[in-house]
Design a protein around this ligand. Structure first.
Ligand code: PLP
Length: 379
């Protein structure tokens, strides 16, 4: 296959060279951070420094940041242990219909265990309002879970204002935010959102897969996710993944050394959308996305799975929605009330600061060819 033309950065991003280098270095230093001799203490010192790096970028104290294996684990920990912590308040959870499966499936599982879930519907742009969240609160609400950046539309949800509304209603209600697509992709550090719990993931920012983190605000006493040797302050036992942690911190540093990265990704998205509108008149924009790196478009009446496969055969990687859908229509676009032909043809494009105009032109030409050659249910 020719050069890969990659526009699926919301699914995962390439490992940054700095992260790969840090990981290789850490793999060579195999000491266990719990060992008492110098070689182990050195590993512990490095994990401490890496935690400080990630925490600083996040905007929290290092003691509030717990390493996990991925965003899904962080979401699960936050929601399951969050409702448990607040069980005396009641069994009501508020979330949104546009959340990632890591949140929605967790809520569904809790529903099967007797919890009641209010799932807020977005508007046609994929947005949820503060008023909707405020109106859903009840005396038995234990937890609210709301994402910051939607992984399919790029919509930025008003998390900080929703936290204020929830805390004004009752400060005891826990607020969890899935910040996986927002970490280092929005100007505001996630630690300033005011949420009690925030999940992030390394592989969206240039770290390898297999590392994430959960922010737990000081004073929020979640029970441990994993019991054992007492790592992560006793809350998530298991020998620290020193190499992944080193790579996570290195990826964070590399992002921070590139202050124009959000503007460059946004500029490339705007360029691609304008070229697409010109070259493929049938294409409609579902959401231009508030976040710099994600937008959603549709070829109404086409089968997005087929379009994705045909483009893939040309080395052009895009997605028909979240990588986790595995062929099912996107629950996010469905919740937005899009007409059936729009749902069928929905595509997610996601960008990196390194995306080039040449790659964008190749994407536009591949989509134009697909629109010209494939059959639609409308024709
Ligand atoms: N939340 C959102 C919004 C995501 O986009 C993803 C991954 O696509 C996740 C959670 C899950 O993160 P991970 O792949 O690290 O488990």
């Amino acid at each position: 296959m020719d050069k890969l033309i990659y526009f699926d950065y919301a699914a995962t991003a390439p490992v940054r060279p700095e992260a790969a280098e840090a990981m290789t270095d850490a793999l060579g230093r195999f000491g266990n951070p719990s060992s008492r001799y110098g070689y182990g203490r050195e590993a512990a010192r490095r994990v401490k420094e890496d935690r400080e790096t990630v925490a600083e970028a996040f905007g929290c104290a290092p003691a509030e940041l717990y390493f996990t294996s991925c965003g899904t684990e962080s979401d699960n920990w936050a929601i399951r242990r969050g409702v448990e912590l607040n069980r005396r308040r009641g069994k009501h959870i508020v979330t949104t219909a546009v959340e990632h499966a890591a949140v929605l499936e967790t809520c569904r599982d809790l529903e099967r265990q007797g919890y009641e879930v209010t799932c807020l519907k977005p508007d046609r742009e994929g947005r949820i309002s503060v008023e909707q969240v405020a109106a859903a609160l009840r005396p038995d609400t234990a937890l609210v879970s709301m994402m910051l950046v939607n992984n399919e539309t790029g919509a930025v949800l008003p998390v900080a204002d929703c936290v204020k509304a929830v805390k004004a209603y009752d400060p005891a209600i826990l607020f969890h935010c899935d910040g996986v697509q927002g970490f280092l992709k929005t100007p505001q550090p996630l630690g300033r959102l005011g949420a009690d719990l925030v999940a992030v993931s390394g592989h969206k920012i240039g770290a390898p897969k297999g590392i994430g983190a959960l922010y737990i605000k000081k004073g929020v006493r979640l029970r441990p996710l994993l019991t054992g040797g007492g790592q992560e302050d006793g809350l998530r036992s298991g020998t620290e993944a020193t190499a992944q942690i080193a790579a996570f911190a290195a990826a964070v540093r590399a992002n921070l050394r590139d202050p124009d990265r959000l503007e460059r990704a946004a500029a490339m998205k705007a360029y691609t959308l304008s070229k697409l509108k010109e070259a493929v008149p049938k294409l409609e924009v579902i959401s231009a996305g508030d976040a710099p790196h994600i937008c959603a478009v549709t070829l109404p009446g086409y089968k997005s799975e087929v379009v994705v496969r045909v483009l893939g055969d040309r080395g052009v990687c895009i997605s028909s929605g979240s990588a986790c859908h595995r062929g099912k229509p996107s629950h996010v676009f469905a919740a937005m009330g899009l007409p059936r032909p729009w749902l069928d043809g929905a595509l997610r494009l996601s960008f990196s600061p390194e995306s080039t105009a040449e790659e964008a032109d190749a994407l536009v030409s591949a989509l134009k060819d697909a629109a010209d050659s494939l059959l639609t249910t409308l024709s």
